[in-house]
Write a protein that binds this ligand. Sequence first.
Ligand code: ADP
Length: 253
Amino acid sequence: MEDRIKVRSKDIEVYYRQFQALYGVNMDIREHMVTALIGPSGCGKSTFLRTLNRLNELIEGTTIKGQVYIDAQPIYERDVDVVALRKKVGMVFQKPSVFPMSIYDNVAYGPKIHGIKSGSKLDEIVEKSLQAANLWNEVGDRLYSSAARLSGGQQQRLVIARVLAVEPQVILMDEPASALDPISTARLEELITELKKAYTIVIVTHNLQQAARVSDYTGFFLNGHLIEFNRTDEMFVNPRDKRTEDYITGRFG
Ligand code: ADP
């Protein structure tokens, strides 16, 4: 059976003023799979990730061409509700960006903005999201203490809980482990593997071992071009393009 396509990018080009950062990127991202984006620094991975929930347009001077479809619906159309889009397609950044408030308020923040007022409903969402982010056992007894006091790895899982609290379908992660120690990184990778049962995940990583461990599909970018896109096991064993082979065997990057 063919896997269902959750996100499809069609001929995506991105310019930062005169500078072209992406050239005609086509990618089919499968539902309930982890897709890793790899390639040397500056090749356009984060730029591509940001096109999937229209975060690029917050950067002044950016032009985007092409189209992204989520569940076959185009997102670059005038009548698209961008707030609803970013709720459906959540983002986790490199550095854990917890808000300067309690653990509880960090998780309840999004649902409150989206109109949930009932205290018991919020309690339920907070617990469920922290459970799903594998953090409940560590923080369930101190929900009202400051989120800033958590370790880096806990903060990153809190950010994930915050994203889960607004019930996304797709989760974008931009080098989510780059500021974490090896144990926290291993926990995050386990979490990603669990989350894909319920979500579709796209992760930018400069760590090839990480891509090989967590992803089902991998896209290799170079100088703004998607050079190769394939099943991860296939790409790492049998790259089709010489440039992919050079990169994954450590000849450059
Ligand atoms: P990667 O994630 O692979 O490191 P990026 O998507 O961050 O690459 O960057 C791709 C290219 O676009 C780089 O040359 C970078 O300098 C440029 N770029 C990224 N963000 C901006 C921006 N806000 N303004 C101008 N150029 C940018």
